[in-house]
Design a protein around this ligand. Structure first.
Ligand code: HDE
Length: 751
């Protein structure tokens, strides 16, 4: 029977004044009650509806399933957990208004006891994360390689939930620390959940799962004082690195600008391990998974990343959230590196070694589909915190390889979920449930939600006619792809895993000079925080085995004298004869588009509306969000007499929150900004962080006021005669992402 909607006017919350609350008709969110936003909500605008209500017409099967679980107190009476209406939620029950509280106050006991138990253990790694819903679609059938149902039909959208994370810091640590980013995707396929649990680097720090607890202990804040938070710049991490050279390749990636992404929208993702795709005929092909961001690869610069940890610790979380609210849906293409099993031996390294990547120059990435993230969660805890990923969650058509790191992960994830989420039934939590039916003889345990009605809970059984029954492989039952295995039981690592320096060298040699300089600086920064000199020396010694310029650069900054022997080491051989692979560089080619980027327009009363309009039109055409930043909130009155709403103050909205900055024309506005320290700081910081700066017409005066160099060769410092002539070159400068040529000039420039 269709439930009646409560009329909105009757929905006032009951207050202890004796007024009767509106009846409790429904407990799920009624789309009629909260209208979806007609237009995307721009960044910083007032939120208009929960994530689930934004786009009712593109809800996936998973979203519709979750809808049934959503609860919304709007228009509802406040009740106990068991539905008893509460008349007074302001005062405990007392023996006399000044007397002691009474044990029979069941409402207080329930409320407080629930509060006392609100926290669950955070993830042991990847504790800090942000999630989003979306969908995945293949471009063409992959039946040649895999029978996985969700990879067959380009017309089918598979619901996904993605969680991005940092690794080292606790749940409340800042987003923009130097770290690897986790990238876990749950595909809710019709054949069960498939989890691709990867990172934003294509390699990992260790080769064998048994070293993971050691590695993580070394990475995490140190045991005696629990410092530092959210970073690897400390003794125990570098001690471990210095003693375990297999870490070096991933360390090189972490020290590059990949360790400080601009946003989750602008990172590449990697499944890292070699997996297998298996087709209907049972033929398997080795595969490595890639995510390529449609918005291109973009990173922060180091000083900016550090400033952001204080100015906006939620920078990445906010970017993801606001991009989805604004309709700038993060999009990533799925890419596959496919290696026929018989060709695996042709590589001069072992594809089972997760510290090695397969160069794209050797095995190109085939783009096969796209993922779109188009919906924010309604509740962080219920969805992002409770989601449980596990590399063991695979579906028919995908299989594991013998990678010893992957093999260990198959155990660890569900084990940690049982601890973190309170027992074996965590798969029944709504965000974790598959969208397809599931039945088996596993029973009971804490928080069992399902009421198992079958009369028999064992197999074989005759009482229940042996249901639920197995499914043969040809009808969709999962079967492990056959593989002959033989060997002596031994704790050994294969000699094919034993070379550690050629891959880090390939990475180093593939970077642009700017990126190489950043890597040297990052090593120097991190090792500069290491208190034990012998650890610093051991790491620098390892670097001499990768490249003498890298080692000398770091040694110079650390005041370490390298010996002749260290400087004349034999360098590792090129990986499969490759000296370089441009795909390893972030900036060898600028790619992607400008959609969702932000530009600050510094303005005060008297700003030219004409100038602002011209700027906004040009920026909107590229999908960029302009924001008016002024000395005060509210609005600024334009030269033409109109009020322009302000998005942020100069003191509270620094340039690190933007990709570029423009000072629009308007005599009076510029006169005010010339005297404003925050406006000058905004420009100086933007300059230091290599951003495009537009100073059209009389805004040019800001250059001198902010003590910026009058540099005619700077392609990102644009001072044309008026706004109209600014915009084309400003957009071109933004497409370069940063003004790299400016960087050497900022060395003597404090901001
Ligand atoms: Fe993880 N990892 N990991 N890891 N990992 C966890 O699982 C583990 C590894 C990755 O957003 C934990 O639910 C072992 C590689 C991501 O919820 C834990 C080994 C890669 C996430 C765990 C590895 C990852 C995790 C902690 C070595 C990239 C966050 C909480 C054998 C391919 C998922 C949890 C999320 C989380 C174990 C190595 C990625 C303890 C034992 C390699 C993205 O189970």
């Amino acid at each position: 029977m269709k439930k009646k909607k409560p009329p909105m006017e009757d929905s006032a919350a009951p207050f202890p004044n004796g007024k009767e609350a509106a009846p409790h008709y429904t407990d799920t969110i009624d789309p009629e009650l909260i209208k979806p936003t007609p237009k995307p909500t721009p960044p910083n605008a007032e939120p208009s509806a929960p994530g689930s209500m934004k786009m009712p017409d593109n809800a996936t099967e998973k979203i519709r399933e979750l809808d049934a679980m959503r609860s919304n107190g709007m228009g509802q009476a406040l009740t106990s957990n068991l539905g008893v209406k509460i008349s007074d939620d302001q005062n405990t029950l007392k023996a006399g208004s000044r007397g002691p509280s009474l044990l029979e106050d069941f409402h207080f006991l329930e409320k407080m006891a629930h509060f006392d138990q609100e926290r669950i253990p955070e993830r042991v790694v990847h504790a800090r994360g942000s999630g989003a819903h979306g969908y995945f679609q293949v471009y063409k059938s992959l039946s040649k390689y895999t029978k996985a149902a969700f990879l067959q039909d380009p017309g089918e959208k598979t619901p996904v939930f993605v969680r991005f994370s940092t690794v080292q810091g606790f749940r409340g640590s800042p987003d923009t620390v130097r770290d690897i980013r986790g990238w876990a995707t749950k595909f809710y396929t019709k054949e069960g959940n498939y989890d691709l649990v990867g990172n934003n680097t294509p390699v990992f720090f260790i080769q064998d799962a048994i070293k993971f607890p050691d590695f993580v202990h070394a990475v995490k804040p140190e045991p005696h004082n629990e410092m530092p938070q959210g970073q690897t710049a400390h003794d125990s991490f570098w001690d471990y690195v210095s003693l375990q050279p297999e870490t070096l390749h991933n360390v090189m990636w972490a020290m590059s600008d990949r360790g400080i992404p601009r946003s989750f929208r602008t990172m590449e993702g990697f499944g890292i391990h070699t997996y297998k795709l298996v087709n209907e005929e049972g033929k398997s092909t080795f595969v490595r998974f890639h995510w390529k961001p449609v918005y291109g690869k973009k990173s922060l610069v180091w000083d900016e990343a550090q400033v952001l940890t204080g100015r906006d610790p939620d920078f990445h979380r906010k970017d993801l959230w606001q991009s989805i609210e604004a309709g700038d849906y993060p999009e990533y293409e799925l890419g596959l590196q496919l290696i026929p099993e018989e060709d695996a031996d042709q590589l001069d390294f072992d594809i089972l070694d997760a510290t090695k990547l397969i160069p794209e120059a050797l095995v190109p990435v085939e783009i096969v589909g796209k993922m779109v993230l188009n919906r924010n969660p309604d509740n962080f805890f219920a969805e992002t915190e409770q989601v449980a990923f596990c590399p063991a969650n695979i579906v028919p058509g995908i299989d594991f390889s013998d990678d010893p790191l992957l093999q260990g992960r198959i155990f660890s994830y569900s084990d940690t979920q049982r601890h973190r989420l309170g027992g074996a039934n965590f798969t029944e939590i709504p965000i974790n449930r598959p969208i397809c039916p599931f039945h088996n003889n596993q029973r009971d345990g804490f928080h069992r939600m399902q009421i198992d009605a079958s009369p028999a809970n064992y197999d074989p059984n005759s009482i229940g006619n042996n249901w639920p029954r197995e499914t043969p492989p040809e009808k969709g039952g999962f079967t492990t792809s056959p593989q002959t295995v033989s060997g002596v039981k031994e704790r050994l690592r294969n000699p094919s895993f034993a070379e550690y320096y050629s891959h880090p060298r390939l990475f180093w040699m593939s970077q642009t000079p700017v990126e190489q300089e950043h890597i040297i600086n990052a090593f120097s920064f991190e090792l500069g925080k290491v208190t034990r000199p012998y650890i610093r020396e051991r790491v620098v010694d390892l670097l001499t085995r990768i490249d003498p310029d890298l080692a000398s650069g770091v040694a110079r900054n650390l005041g370490i004298q390298l010996t002749r022997e260290q400087l004349s080491r034999e360098l590792p051989r090129p990986v499969c004869g490759l000296e370089q692979d441009p795909s390893l560089s972030l900036y060898a080619h600028t790619d992607g588009n400008l959609k969702g980027l932000r530009v600050s327009l510094l303005a005060a009363d008297g700003v030219s509306l004409k100038s602002v309009k011209e700027i906004c039109e040009a920026l909107h055409e590229e999908g960029i969000h302009p924001q008016i930043i002024a000395p005060h909130m509210g609005s600024v009155t334009t030269e033409e007499g109109e009020d322009l709403p302000v998005n942020g103050t100069l003191s509270g909205t620094p340039s690190v929150l933007f990709d570029s900055v423009i000072v629009p024309e308007g005599e009076q506005s510029i006169a005010a900004l010339l005297k404003d320290g925050d406006a000058k700081y905004h420009l100086r910081q933007a300059y230091r962080h290599l951003k495009a700066i537009g100073l059209p017409g009389n805004a040019k005066a800001m250059l001198e006021a902010a003590s910026l160099p009058q540099d005619m060769d700077d392609a990102g410092l644009l001072m044309p005669k008026d706004t109209k002539s600014l915009m084309p070159s400003f957009i071109t400068a933004m497409k370069q992402h940063r003004v790299w040529s400016r960087e050497p000039k900022t060395l003597d420039f404090g901001a």
